[in-house]
Design a protein around this ligand. Structure first.
Ligand code: FAD
Ligand code: UDP
Length: 388
């Protein structure tokens, strides 16, 4: 066997690269990472586009975590650019403060208010439900029908092509609802982007492995399995694909990204809307819950802090998953979970394969959670490593 490794790792995203880095640097293992795309980083991949703007190629990736351990781990490979991720929602021909907070309430009632008044208003609107079983129940129990229909129902239908009633409560539960003026989109303590971008951070993770890691791009792992020797597989691709769809296809949601770039001269005309020179829109992300076919427009330059005269916006269109499309989102719903459980049972019986990451565990995880999962799995596989 010309090529022999301790570990064969499928996928060069957060899960695969964290596992590879730890196995190489802490356990002295030799790893092969096989990635079907032409770059490392998985969905967190970023790059400078033809207009010199640093963009997130597969949708906006806002790093956040409550875990000092995960932050410290990644800090070996990057410095951070702190960001208070703030966004807006656009419907009825105007921008709304979002997620719902006291500022949004003031926009709705058209005058200044207080947290107490908002609490009392919400108390009248809320539909009493003790244990919300799905995303519709969760939102109406928090803010009532009116705000649910204004901000959540249309967005969720577009994004998932499913009614919020048919999605776990955790889906819309990702969005905070507050009665103070805290308008940050996310709840976690640490919110920041890798200072030089995600791809640079991933490159440093690979470099740390020195000669122990080989990364093979543009290759489906199934093509090379017969040609390499390996002790253990760490799989981060779709679990149903790994098992040849033997229990049927798991449902996924895909996306289509439409990029548009603007020169400084063009951006001058947008200043009345963006309120800021060099930008197209007034926030890094504007959600479009109702009137448009896309769900959001992202202008990531607001968050990266990049000094660049041009700017690029990305319109995000939800799409059906199928041949030639990326499986971006596992679908958090009881019917999909029932299929996944069958694959999980089979995966639990595989002693020579680990399944980690968003696609292999069919779970709507954030980046930090996937890093945590990879660190834990390496700890399980190599309990005697020098440090972790
Ligand atoms: P991936 O990044 O998907 O990596 C898996 C890799 O495996 C892929 O590169 C894929 O090409 C490869 N692969 C699959 N099959 C094969 C095969 N047969 N052979 C070889 N290679 C294969 N998280 C946050 O924390 N904050 C955010 O703001 C955020 N925003 C997001 C926005 C969007 C639009 C999406 C889709 C996700 C977002 N996430 C966000 C989630 C984040 O992308 C994931 O948590 C993280 O990327 C998961 O890493 P992973 O390694 O498990 O999967
Ligand atoms: N959501 C919504 N309206 C919004 C934003 C989000 O209804 O303006 C719902 C929608 O179902 C979405 C979920 O909340 O899929 C989670 O939103 P988030 O922005 O976290 O999605 P992601 O960035 O993971 O795509």
């Amino acid at each position: 066997m010309p090529w022999s490794f301790d570990y064969l790792i499928v996928g060069a995203g957060f899960a695969g690269l964290t596992a590879a880095e730890q196995l190489c640097t802490q356990s002295g293992k030799r790893c092969l990472v096989v990635e079907k795309r032409d770059h490392i980083g998985g969905n967190a991949y970023d790059r400078h586009d033809d207009h010199g703007v640093l963009i997130h190629c597969y949708g906006p990736h806002y790093f956040r975590t409550n875990s000092p351990r995960i932050r410290e781990y990644l800090s070996q490979f990057t410095e951070w650019h702190p960001v208070d991720y703030t966004i807006l929602s656009h419907t009825g021909n105007r921008y709304w403060k979002f997620p719902i907070n006291l500022n949004t309430f003031e926009q709705i009632i058209g005058r200044n208010s207080t947290s107490e008044e908002m609490e009392a208003w919400l108390a009248e609107k809320r539909v009493p439900i003790d244990n919300p079983a799905n995303s519709e129940e969760l939102i109406i129990s928090q803010v009532g029908w009116e705000l649910y229909e204004k901000f959540f129902k249309g967005y969720t239908l577009k994004q998932w092509k499913r009614h919020p009633k048919d999605l776990d409560a955790s889906v819309c539960g990702r969005i905070p609802i507050r009665t103070n003026r805290d308008d940050r989109y996310l709840r976690e303590e640490f919110q920041a982007l890798p200072k030089a971008g995600y791809t640079r951070m991933f490159e440093k993770m690979v470099a740390a492995c020195e000669g122990r890691l080989k990364v093979l791009l543009k290759t489906d792992y199934r093509e090379i399995l017969p040609h390499v020797g390996y002790g253990h597989i760490i799989h981060t691709g779709p679990i149903d694909e790994y098992f040849g769809h033997c229990y049927g296809r798991l449902p996924y949601r895909s996306l289509r990204f439409e990029n548009e770039s603007f020169t400084p001269e063009q951006l001058i005309e947008r200043e009345p809307v963006s309120g800021k020179a060099g930008f197209w829109q007034p926030a890094m992300q504007v959600n479009y819950p109702n009137e448009e076919q896309f769900t959001r427009i992202v202008e990531i330059k607001h968050a990266t802090g990049q000094l660049c005269g041009n700017s690029t916006i990305v319109r995000e269109y939800p799409d059906d998953f199928g041949p030639g499309k990326e499986a971006y989102y596992p679908i958090p719903a009881p019917d999909a979970a029932a299929i996944y459980q069958k694959y999980k049972q089979r995966a639990d019986g595989e002693t020579a394969v680990s399944f980690i990451g968003r696609l292999a565990t069919y779970h709507y995880y954030n980046m930090d959670q996937v890093v945590g999962m990879a660190l834990a799995e390496v700890g399980r596989l190599e309990p005697n490593s020098s440090q972790r």
